[in-house]
Write a protein of this length. Structure first.
Length: 295
């Protein structure tokens, strides 16, 4: 019988992967959607091969990111998404054991991909649009997955903290009406590229705090947006990530190759009290010494 964790956790063959205010920061490898836009990766996919994306998932697992976000929304792949998405889920899980997150706007593709994963997945296909909620939530509830939201609604991307809370409240109430517990609804506080929305980080940080205090939900950010269009974007991603964790970020969608990410993640968990004994940091340090690396 497949183990199914309680609310506030995903799972793979190794067991539960907790997330939320009482857990260590969970990092999700979000690079699949970017990689599948490369012509050589699209050629692989069109030929029914998943070598590059499986290797990307393997890199993330080796760097301590246990969840891989499966996303094939490049325009040229749209006709193939329903067939390829569940196949990619199976290929990544078989090769790496990674927990799966599914991201698609096609309900049939979402249904097939969630069905291809034998444990509790994350589904990043929910927005605050009423049509989306009516379509996606029954599918997600049937598969027992957790929800990762995109905080957008009929009015676009909400700009203020209160507008974001309004959309978040709509999502949470709709999810609970479908039997999905609040602890399984990861609400996106919205990370905008600083290059096009300067000064927007403060609203995001305040939203993280408000989501915990006013709605009691776990929080999510697409950190890979932060440095978009800037030189050395991963360094800006890292700076945003460090600030966000201190304000209440629980789950980060992030590039596993972000410099120093394993150190910073474990160090922040220690410093913020999520890992008060520093066990994760010390274990990582010892592991790096064993293989002859300390940076």
């Amino acid at each position: 019988m497949t183990y199914h964790p309680p609310a506030g956790a995903l799972s793979n063959a190794a067991g539960a992967i907790p997330f939320g205010p009482d857990a260590a920061t969970l990092c999700v490898n979000d690079q699949c959607g970017y990689e599948c836009e490369r012509p050589e990766v699209q050629a692989e996919l069109e030929a029914g091969r998943f070598d590059s994306l499986v290797e990307l998932a393997r890199v993330g697992v080796e760097l301590g990111l246990p969840v891989f976000n499966v996303q094939l929304m490049a325009p040229d792949l749209a006709p193939l998404e329903r067939r390829l998405l569940p196949q990619l889920v199976e290929a990544v899980y078989a090769a790496t054991g990674a927990c799966i997150a599914v991201d698609s706007r096609d309900p049939q593709a979402v249904d097939a991909a969630l069905g291809a994963y034998p444990h509790k997945a994350l589904c990043n296909s929910v927005t605050g649009e009423r049509v989306n909620l009516r379509t996606m939530l029954p599918i997600i509830a049937r598969h027992g997955a957790a929800i990762g939201t995109g905080l957008v609604y009929e009015g676009g991307v909400p700009k203020t903290v209160q507008e974001r809370l309004m959309v978040a409240r709509r999502i949470v109430e709709a999810a609970e009406a479908h039997g999905i517990p609040r602890a399984d609804v990861l609400v996106d506080a919205v990370c905008l590229p600083a290059s096009v929305a300067p000064g927007s980080m403060q609203v995001t940080l305040e939203t993280l705090k408000a989501l915990h205090e006013e709605l009691g939900v776990p929080t999510l950010l697409g950190i890979s947006n932060a440095g978009h269009l800037m030189p050395q974007p991963r360094m800006l991603d890292l700076a945003f990530f460090a600030a966000a964790v201190s304000w209440g970020l629980d789950v980060a969608m992030i590039d596993p190759r972000t410099p120093l990410l394993p150190w910073i993640t474990r160090g922040l968990d220690f410093l913020t009290g999520a890992d008060p004994s520093g066990k994760g940091y010390l274990n990582y340090y010892r592991g790096q010494r064993t293989v002859g690396r300390t940076v």
